[in-house]
Design a protein around this ligand. Sequence first.
Ligand code: NAP
Length: 292
Amino acid sequence: MKNETILIIGAAGNNGQATLAALQNIVDANTHVRAAVRNESRGQQLRADYPGIETVVVDLDQPATLITAFAGVTKVFMIPGNVENRAQHAKAAIDAAAAAGTVNQFVLYSVVGAEWEAILFARQFREAEKYLEASGLPWTHLRTIWFQENFVNWAAGIKQGAFYFGVREGRFAPLNVQDIGAIAARILTTPGHERKAYNITGPELLSGYDMAAIFSRVTGRHVDYVSPQATATYESLIQDGWPEWQAKGVLELFEVFASNQAAVVSPDGEALLGRPLTRFEEFVQQSRSTFI
Ligand SMILES: NC(=O)c1ccc[n+]([C@@H]2O[C@H](COP(=O)([O-])OP(=O)(O)OC[C@H]3O[C@@H](n4cnc5c(N)ncnc54)[C@H](OP(=O)(O)O)[C@@H]3O)[C@@H](O)[C@H]2O)c1
């Protein structure tokens, strides 16, 4: 591989760290990995966890902080955070990449279904995608679906024998974050991804009943599936401290799942990685101690 500098923005988050971990196994001495973090203490932590990387402090609410981060950068992976103005954050990174003049690949983290712009999360990510497409930069959209790891937040109910998840009879294909990191690393280190939108889903369609059966099998304790009404889901999200905009976004997303609008298994992830993606039961096995 020729001399490359890969900048990952949102590097300290779940997907950022999964990508750093995967890149460690791939890159050679000619490739520099630079992780953008919000503060230096996170940077110190990441340098300890992923030896050989550089870190740079960036606050996406202050776009001027991006200028030094982009010095010499040839590839970018922009992972917008769980914030309402994530499209603005992505646009700031796109502007900085265009201004740098050295970027030959811009990979934007996004969501499956962004192109339909039917729900808030899709509209937020599609706004960023469109801005990138218009920027003249060589773009790739990495569109992902609901993470398997999210269900760690459902552990309290599962431990008591109930999996409360308001998607009625709907099915979708939950996705493993470590797989996303491996796919991102592959895209960032191989040619041929320009002007492509990849849809990354998990390897199998599952209903709430299927998932409860998996929790039952793995924990050895019977777990019932319960699909609460939307109002109950909303109240419990707010009680757990979710901001209003995000709780409303989750309700819209659950309705998409419930009505089987996301009942698709995409072949893109497996094709990019050259191996099957992690099944939900494998993930629950690996995280068994969380659910018992
Ligand atoms: N949960 C799902 O199932 C799902 C599915 C598809 C897509 N998504 C979306 O995918 C994206 C990535 O997910 P994730 O779990 O990797 O998110 P995450 O763990 O929250 O990581 C996002 C990162 O963005 C950083 N960030 C936020 N605001 C920033 C700012 N102003 N300046 C600099 N950095 C900032 C955060 O920094 P700090 O570490 O300092 O906070 C964090 O490291 C999110 O937008 C998420 O909503 C989620």
